[in-house]
Design a protein around this ligand. Structure first.
Ligand SMILES: Cc1cc2nc3c(=O)[nH]c(=O)nc-3n(C[C@H](O)[C@H](O)[C@H](O)COP(=O)(O)OP(=O)(O)OC[C@H]3O[C@@H](n4cnc5c(N)ncnc54)[C@H](O)[C@@H]3O)c2cc1C
Length: 478
């Protein structure tokens, strides 16, 4: 048994949904595109699982969060795929791939062949067993990666009203689940080995802000230690969490968020891997010219950083999906993927966004005892990253733009003094020719201009980059 398609997307998550929409926008013909997913539902906005899905009232449920509602685009229901002649093969895993023969073998025994394959297999949650602790199968131990996990988590939450939960891990999943558990009136203790939460992204100062807020909502933190074992009752339920520091916490439920691993297994030995993912070039094409990779599983060149990165965030899944379709269907009109990393989270009433890279010196701004503050990262004389909590739409757009522009920064004290105003003003600067120096001090005197056009952005970016390069070289800053 076999079928052949021009385009096959392997994986039916965020990236697959956004790629499908882009294929349709670019005029894919009926019967040309197939999506194969081991999940039983059409692509959906995965971030909803730790947010709206876990709310005790008016919780988000499918079909409300099918892609691409997260980017204010069309909501692609199963009917939409049908109407556009896209074959959705759901609840079906791919168990082997042969990139030389251009075929995939599914768990139902079907061979699906392709002309172009887009690998969008995302990642899986790391299990405790991979760290030498057993007990993942207990009915009150939860992970959160897909809709089945989310349904299970909701059931466990409902089974222990006002109970005690331990959240293992202080990253994205840990923080978002802890907030959702508190909203469900569960008492939460977070346990993680690092000195502070979100250790890969936050500085100690930023993390302190969130930890203090969480404490004000009743969350306890046990830091600098890890889980060593569970105690179970006679039914196999976990009753206590034993930590390596010798302490024990009684529990009604456990949520584990200790990281993810990209799903590359089908392609090991067939495609070049890097940074744990499938290595792709600027066209998102792997070491086999018929195979492309997008989303969490792809390790792609981040031009601005001059290195290959693999990101685990929804925005890069959406944007890489859009780009890969253009790269495949309109290769002559499509340039290299030029992406600035963007991460966000919404927890309780808090909301933050981060753009770029968190390397170099950190310059804080705003009121860290209030509801809005942020930080810039300056490396080798250039602004390379920006973080903002509690901003409005224009302010978030401003930090996004300023990070993309990477202006030269001479004076960190002045940058700190101007704070968010710096990003807002730089991002509103009109196109200029010839290039002018963007100094923090100049910006204080200028009236903001509100017209912003994409072309202007490109021109400014080029101007500032040219200036930054020239100025940086002159000053021997890098
Ligand atoms: C609970 C949660 C909350 C999140 N919140 C945020 C957030 O607030 N902000 C943010 O930036 N990012 C967030 N993320 C990360 C974001 O969801 C991911 O970066 C994004 O989903 C990646 O998209 P993807 O398409 O690459 O992978 P996925 O969305 O994971 O999709 C991969 C798909 O491939 C399928 N698959 C894998 N292997 C096979 C196979 N062999 N055969 C068939 N199908 C297969 C999987 O079942 C899945 O359907 C969150 C993630 C989770 C889990």
């Amino acid at each position: 048994m076999g079928r052949a398609f021009v385009y096959v997307i392997l994986g039916g998550g965020v990236a697959a949904g956004y790629a499908a929409l882009e294929f349709v926008k670019k005029g894919v013909s009926h019967g040309e595109l197939c999506i194969i997913s081991d999940e039983p539902v059409a692509p959906y906005e995965r971030p909803a699982l730790s947010k709206g899905f876990l709310l005790p009232e008016a919780a988000a449920r499918l079909p409300s969060f099918h892609t691409c509602v997260g980017a204010n685009e069309e909501r692609l229901t199963p009917k939409w795929y049908k109407e556009h002649g896209i074959e959705l093969v759901l609840g079906t895993g791919v168990k082997s791939a042969d990139v030389k023969r251009k075929t995939l073998l599914t768990t139902t025994g079907e061979t699906i062949s392709y002309k172009f394959l887009i690998v969008a297999t995302g990642a899986r949650a790391l299990k405790l067993e991979e760290f030498g602790v057993s007990g993942s199968d207990a009915e009150n131990v939860c992970y959160l990666r897909d809709i089945a996990d989310a349904n299970r988590l909701v059931n466990v939450i409902q089974s222990c009203p006002e109970g005690n939960a331990v959240v293992i891990g202080g990253g994205y999943i840990g923080m978002e689940c802890a907030a959702s558990l508190v909203i469900n009136k569960i008492n939460v203790t977070m346990v993680f080995p690092e000195e502070h939460c979100m250790a890969r992204l936050f500085t100690t100062k930023i993390a302190n802000y969130y930890e203090e807020y969480y404490k004000s909502r009743g969350v306890n933190f046990v830091k600098g230690t890890v889980l060593s074992s569970f105690d179970f009752d006679s039914t196999g339920k976990v009753t206590a969490v034993n930590l390596r520091d010798g302490s024990t916490l009684s529990v009604d439920m456990v949520v584990v968020g200790i990281g993810i691993r990209p799903n590359t297994g089908l392609f090991e030995g067939q495609l070049t891997l890097e940074k744990g993912g499938i290595k792709v070039n600027g066209m998102l094409q792997s070491s086999n010219s018929s195979v492309y990779a997008i989303g969490d599983v792809a390790a792609f060149p981040v031009k601005a950083f001059g290195e290959t990165r693999r990101l685990e965030h929804v925005d890069s899944a959406r944007k890489s999906a859009k780009h890969v379709v253009a790269a495949i269907m309109e290769p002559d009109k499509t340039g290299e993927f030029d992406y600035i990393p963007f991460f966000y989270s919404r927890i309780f009433t808090l909301s933050w966004q981060f753009y770029g890279d968190n390397i170099g010196e950190v310059v804080y701004f705003g009121d860290m005892s209030g509801s809005a503050f942020g930080a810039y990262w300056v490396s080798k004389g250039q602004l390379v990253g920006a973080f903002l909590e509690g901003g409005n739409k224009e302010e978030y757009e401003a930090i996004a733009k300023v990070t993309r522009l990477r202006p030269a920064i001479e004076d960190l004290t002045e940058l700190e003094r101007q704070g968010l105003r710096y990003a807002v003003t730089v991002s509103q600067k009109p196109a200029v020719s010839p290039p002018v120096e963007v100094r923090a001090s100049d910006l204080l005197l200028e009236k903001p201009l509100y017209a912003w056009h994409a072309t202007a952005g490109v021109i400014i970016a080029a101007s500032i980059a040219a200036f930054a390069y020239f100025y940086g070289k002159k000053r021997r800053r890098w």
